[in-house]
Design a protein around this ligand. Structure first.
Ligand code: GAR
Length: 207
């Protein structure tokens, strides 16, 4: 049984998709041990509590500097001894030591087709604003392993989503979540939990 720690920052709809798909057995061989948020009072924490999952806040506001926050974050996650860490809308720069500790065991969901609209400054609604400003006709989401760069790690799954002429950043964000993120993040977790993912040469092989 794979123990997972899910890190969140806000709404937690991706967390909810994972909770639901563990319950419906679309994700097998895995359980969520804890949910860690960097923000107090967010909906994601409520979702964790409703599902009876241990939830904790590690906020940078409670630490004198970034280094101390980074250490606390790593220590808190390590206490749960997870086999996998999932970043489900976790809008924090993952410290190098964290990446090293969980090499090829951190999965992130990003709301675009990497390598488009990713990297520093591209997160949340900003991604969809940039997509609309550029006028691309297709966008999507990517589930990938986290390495030392920003959105540069090995790609596990991607799914394309159509951009519609009357989209606003919010309508596009919701469609990308519904049609891509809530599907490929749970799928990537299920593949990982069942030993179906192999990383070699910075590329992922499935099966
Ligand atoms: C999601 O769209 C996720 O892909 C994005 O933040 C949102 C969180 O929503 N993550 C990033 O932009 C990471 N670079 P949620 O809290 O409802 O899951």
């Amino acid at each position: 049984m794979l123990d997972i720690v899910v890190c969140v920052s806000g709404g937690g709809t991706n967390l909810q998709a994972i909770i639901d798909k563990i319950k419906s057995k679309e994700i097998t061989n895995a359980r969520i041990k804890a949910v860690i948020s960097n923000n107090y009072g967010v909906k994601a924490l409520e979702r964790a509590q409703n599902a009876g999952i241990d939830a904790k806040v590690v906020s940078p506001k409670d630490y004198e500097n970034r280094d101390l926050f980074n250490k606390a974050l790593l220590e808190t996650v390590k206490e749960y001894e997870p086999g996998l860490v999932v970043l489900a809308g976790f809008l924090v720069n993952i410290p190098e030591q964290f990446v090293k500790t969980f090499k090829n065991r951190i999965i992130n969901i990003h709301p675009s087709l990497i390598p488009s609209f990713c990297g520093v400054g591209y997160y949340g609604l900003k991604v969809h604003e940039a997509v609309l400003a550029r006028g691309v006709k297709v966008t999507g989401a990517t589930a990938h392993f986290v390495d030392e760069g920003t959105d540069t790690g090995p790609i596990i799954l991607q799914k394309a989503v159509e951009v519609l002429p009357d989209d606003t950043p919010k309508t596009l964000q919701l469609r990308v979540m519904q049609q891509a993120e809530w599907e490929i993040l749970p799928k990537a977790i299920d593949l990982f939990a069942n030993g179906k993912i192999k990383v070699s040469d910075s590329k992922v092989e499935i099966g």
